[in-house]
Design a protein around this ligand. Structure first.
Ligand SMILES: C[S@@+](CC[C@H](N)C(=O)[O-])C[C@H]1O[C@@H](n2cnc3c(N)ncnc32)[C@H](O)[C@@H]1O
Length: 319
């Protein structure tokens, strides 16, 4: 596949229909309609976060079985358009019914498996912000189910390595004694990714209620596709997957049913193409107490003598 940006002087445009040579496509309508126009084996990476059927503004809640049936139709079509050696990354959380949770990856897994796709990782995306639950522990992770089409697949960990914990550590015995023991390029980031989710104070926040942070998708794009490849997102939302794709010289295609999100996606993609989109950079540490300001880092409820939260101690005494 040829690199997508042959002429830097060429004006960047976002197509509204699928075209094999387009750098960016944002289709307004159902992903199944867009998929019908896409040739088999066109995409190297399918990455998405589908509706979770939990009654968000953009979805109509239906029975779980009906939801799985709908998902199955989309996944089958995504499998058709996926090139051999390509990857599907399906990012999901929980379906919740009257307080009972159903982790969606557990019920979606058989659909991928029935198509012959092979799971390579179940990446845990950990974040700090979300609903505060009272009858169960607050949910602070979701998963990205990574499947490949075939055993020979594109994967390069180098562009997504993270700093070593002990970069100065050396072998202390054996033939390599005295040499640094870690990979100088950094370490494999593992399958638990602490990356802030996009809530109100996040630099990327738009009116979309649950957009991906760009850095999350950059990791997938960089490790699972090559320059010029096509990255497809059937549930595009605010356009994040296309942004991550074009940022790294890939082509991006996505569908979105809600016209207001289509508008947001288009604006963000154009900003990205001009190099003006503000995003949280890959690799920035999650939390810096100095940046947070002292007033936010001193705990007013902390008892220095016991090392415990005062309120929790009082509650334990009275109960
Ligand atoms: C969880 S959000 C995806 C957010 C996205 N990852 C982002 O970074 O903004 C799911 C999106 O799918 C859209 N959607 C729902 N059904 C759809 C369909 N059949 N085809 C395309 N988009 C759909 C919803 O409007 C919603 O914006």
């Amino acid at each position: 596949m040829s690199p997508p940006f042959p002429d830097p002087e060429e004006e960047f445009t976002i197509e509204t229909r699928f075209s094999p040579s387009a750098l960016a496509v944002v289709y307004e309508g159902s992903c199944l309609d867009l998929l019908q126009c896409m040739p088999s084996e066109a995409a190297r990476l399918v990455v998405t976060s589908p509706p979770y059927n939990i009654g968000k503004a953009y979805e109509r809640r239906i029975e779980l079985d009906a939801y799985l049936e709908q998902q199955s139709r989309v996944i089958e079509e995504c499998h058709r358009v996926l090139a051999p050696g390509g990857s599907i990354c399906w990012q999901v959380g929980n379906y919740v019914d009257r307080g009972e949770i159903v982790p969606l990856d557990t019920v979606l897994y058989p659909i991928f498996r029935s198509l012959g796709l092979k799971m390579r990782n179940r990446i845990v995306w950990h974040f700090e912000h979300g609903l505060h639950c009272t009858n169960r522990l607050s949910g602070r992770y979701e998963t990205i189910c990574w499947f490949t089409k075939g055993d020979e697949y594109i994967f390069d960990v180098d562009p997504i390595r993270i700093p070593q914990k002990y970069p100065g550590k050396k072998h202390f015995k054996g033939p390599k004694a005295g040499e640094y023991s870690g990979n100088p390029l950094g370490k494999n980031p593992g399958d638990v990714w602490p990356i802030p989710n996009v809530k109100n104070n996040h630099v990327e926040k738009t009116d979309h209620p649950c957009q991906f942070p760009v850095e999350l998708i950059e990791r997938l794009v960089l490790s699972m596709s090559e320059p010029g490849d096509l990255v497809f997102d059937p549930f595009l939302g605010a356009g994040t997957s296309v942004i991550a794709a074009i940022r790294h010289g890939r082509r991006g295609v996505g569908a979105e049913t809600d016209p207001s999100y289509v508008q947001i996606a288009r604006e963000r993609i154009m900003l990205e193409a001009r190099g003006e989109l503000k995003t949280r950079p890959m690799g920035r540490p999650i939390y810096d107490p100095i940046d947070a300001g002292r007033s936010l880092t001193v705990n007013p409820y902390f008892d220095r003598k016991t090392g415990q939260g005062k309120l929790a101690m009082e509650r334990r005494k009275t109960s």
